[in-house]
Design a protein around this ligand. Sequence first.
Ligand SMILES: Nc1ncnc2c1ncn2[C@@H]1O[C@H](COP(=O)(O)OP(=O)(O)OP(=O)(O)O)[C@@H](O)[C@H]1O
Length: 359
Amino acid sequence: MTSHHSFVGQPADAESGRDAVVRLSGVHRHFGQTPAIDGVSLTVRKGEILGLIGRSGAGKSTLIRCLNGLERPDRGSIQIEGREITGLSEEELQPVRRRIGMIFQHFNLLSAKTVEENVALPLKIEGWTKEKRLARAAELLDLVGLSGKAKSYPKALSGGQKQRVGIARALAAKPALLLSDEATSALDPETTAAILDLLKDINAKLGLTILLITHEMEVIRTIADRVAVIDAGRIIEEGSVWSVFANPHTETTRSMLAGIRTKLPPHVAARLEGEPKGETILGVDLSGPNAGYLLAGLSGELSGGFRLIHGGIDHIQQQSVARFFIGVPPLAEGPARAIAYLERHGAKVEVLGHVPGHD
Ligand SMILES: Nc1ncnc2c1ncn2[C@@H]1O[C@H](COP(=O)(O)OP(=O)(O)OP(=O)(O)O)[C@@H](O)[C@H]1O
């Protein structure tokens, strides 16, 4: 039950607020004519990893600042662990801020302090004794795989190691929420994967709730349970990661997915014509347990056959998400039969055009 998966698909709890670590409702923050946040309602449920994705200028930083109480919304409600924070004074905000651990793109470590001192710093502010602080730092450095580096200084560490220190420091005071602000954006792909693995691992081990702010869909795909897409200050799409990847509802989401979604190879796309002659090129999307059987079934259906041009089955949150492109020759009503068969089995089919002859 501690698994983050247990919270997926339980919107009733989130709506009642019982399992909400963060709950925004109807939050607005305008700067003059610019609506940086334009009516955002969003819940981060206990134990989940929620990815918030948006392009530059979409409103991510303003949202983070509202969560920290650094920015006050013009209207709307923000609750952290059930406590309304919008009306709090600076002094009242301090303990609320300490419930949120943050990690940053550029790590924000203190270069004059050792690794263990950096990790222990939030505990000093909380009034822990030195002995307890160092014991806790050692425990956290072990958790993030940096036990041997306690006495090192940040400049002696790689980017990935610095972010591990950042994670250890963010977790020192046992926050209710880890807020990751583009934490892997400055890292190479291999190091990014290792840091994301670590976050997923801590989420599973400790049941840590994570809000992951990013502009990269790959980050979301790798570790998030749910995703919310922000655009021009509004949440335009929200759902479990696999369902948003399988069936994005907005053009903005589709274009943000474009880099990592299977697409028609450019040399085939270049030859597409509108006139219905030659081979018909279909784009096919299907998620769920039937995805693996679709092509075998289709080949039994079409006497004239078809060819697989590109694509296959992806697995996101243990769901099969199929996306492929096929070419159907103009034999024996092939294309019409293919479309009817695929749609009958729940697939979304798009006629992309026609290619005279084969490529
Ligand atoms: N203090 C401010 N004064 C005026 N306009 C602001 C201020 N802060 C943000 N904005 C505007 O609000 C909008 C949202 O900005 P925000 O920084 O929240 O976006 P973002 O998604 O974090 O972008 P990025 O990924 O580039 O940091 C932008 O149009 C920005 O110009």
